[in-house]
Design a binder for this molecule. Structure first.
Ligand SMILES: *Cc1c(COP(=O)(O)O)cnc(C)c1O
Length: 423
């Protein structure tokens, strides 16, 4: 594999024009090579213009901006549902952009974790993201229960980083009639493993429990068919692969078999009340029979502008070409690392992300045996933006909308020279 070959792949890339639509970070003297789209996606150039639009409407129209703005604020949240439904494989009525991920997780747990004397256990993935664990643990305590007897982590086989689907199914079946909920990431943030949500959801339903997913690292990254898979609920943030800006609005999916049940317990607010009578301001809560029925507040417009700029790009590019490029670029990265860094012998570094394209998105997690932080420092000083996850992993995410094969080549080549000297 040569630089020439990488350049040829870039020439043939059907998404190559999309790089132009983003602001790529630079330092004083050189552009950076950015492989951190799994942590904070880059800014679409249109974002600034769209901010100006809303600032001007606010300045010129005041409260009338709710109705007469170019993008009336009253319905601002609705403008995302179509794109989100395509990205998540949902019906439009099953998704809505609202709040942030952890807030949404709490809202979903309030509805979907209703422990009884018989059914009360929750299964989560090994090494869950801390915020998810905090949310689940505090919800269990809110019910007056002790997390020790409730919360179970899936266990990979001895010596393995990733957890096999058959192992997950087996462990779900073991808890059987006690099990209330299984909550997994769509893609694990540390290992980069994408879970087989279809098979897992089936297994969860077979024992009579609910299946929910944290899609922080999955949305805009891997193919999703939430409706077809009959996932009960999902939550996500939009500042990773969805490029909507730091802390930008998150979102939820709730399967329509649930959204239609008006009596489902929930934490309610006026924006979840049916639109027709919302402004009558009556005390009785009549929920909208869609995912919007879980909204609390009116749309935080200034937290949604980056979302608008970004989702337009996803509409234009389409998830299929995005996934196709993601797979070939990630495989290219994996092959480069394997051939350049003598990885087969398990020498110095090891890729812990699954090797199959169906079991990962556009992230490769590199496990460093020794002096990992030193290696990370070297990579950073050379102008590559990757990230370090304690205790010993470097995550590299080539993002199909703005990264090139040439950049992947340059990274792997640099990594291999570092590995020569790694102790
Ligand atoms: C990024 C991420 C979060 C972030 O949660 P916020 O509420 O947006 O701060 C949560 N869970 C996972 C798995 C993540 O990767």
């Amino acid at each position: 594999m040569t630089l020439e070959y990488a350049k040829q792949l870039d020439e043939k890339d059907e998404l190559k024009g999309f790089r132009e639509k983003f602001n790529l970070p630079v330092t004083k003297d050189k552009p950076l090579i950015y492989f951190c789209g799994n942590s904070l996606g880059l800014q679409p150039k249109k974002t600034k213009e769209y901010f100006d639009q809303e600032l001007n409407d606010w300045a010129n129209l005041g409260v009338e901006g709710h109705f007469q703005g170019k993008n009336p604020w009253l319905h601002f949240h609705k403008s995302f549902s179509k794109s989100l439904s395509k990205i998540t494989g949902a019906k439009i009525s099953e998704v809505v952009a609202m709040n942030s991920l952890t807030v949404n997780l709490h809202l979903m747990l309030t509805t979907f974790y209703r422990p009884t004397a018989k059914r009360y256990k929750i299964i989560i993935e090994p090494g869950s993201f801390s915020s998810d664990v905090h949310a689940v643990t505090s919800q269990i305590k809110l019910h007056g229960l002790n997390p020790k007897n409730i919360l179970f982590e899936l266990k990979p086989r001895k010596g393995e980083f990733i957890i096999r689907t058959e192992e997950i199914v087996k462990q779900i079946e073991r808890h059987k009639s006690d099990l209330a909920l299984v909550l997994l990431g769509g893609v694990n943030y540390y290992t980069g493993q994408a879970f087989d949500m279809e098979v897992i959801t089936k297994a969860v339903h077979k024992v009579g429990a609910k299946a929910g997913y944290d899609l922080a690292h999955a949305i805009g990254n891997i193919p999703l068919e939430l409706h077809k898979w009959e996932v009960d609920f999902a939550v996500w943030c939009s500042y990773k692969y969805l490029n909507s800006g730091p802390g930008a609005v998150g979102g939820i999916f709730i399967h329509e078999k649930h959204t239609k049940i008006k009596t489902l317990p929930r934490l309610a607010g006026w924006w979840g009340h049916q639109e027709k009578t919302r402004f009558q301001m009556k005390p009785e809560f009549i929920p909208t029979p869609t995912a919007e029925g879980w909204q609390l507040s009116n749309a935080p417009v200034f937290n949604m502008i980056g979302h608008k700029a970004s989702l337009e790009i996803f509409e234009e590019a389409g998830m299929k070409p995005i996934v196709k490029k993601s797979r070939s670029m990630t495989t290219f990265l994996e092959d480069m690392i394997k051939t350049q860094c003598k990885i087969e012998t398990g020498y110095k570094i090891k890729i812990i992300t699954p090797g199959s394209i169906d079991e990962r998105g556009s992230q490769i997690s590199i496990f460093v045996m020794k002096n990992g932080e030193e290696l990370f420092q070297k990579i950073t000083e050379a102008g590559f933006v990757v990230d370090w996850r304690s205790p010993n992993v470097i995550r590299v995410a080539p993002t199909p909308l703005y990264n090139s094969f040439e950049e992947v080549y340059l990274f792997a080549e640099f990594l291999s020279t570092c590995c020569l000297y790694l102790k």
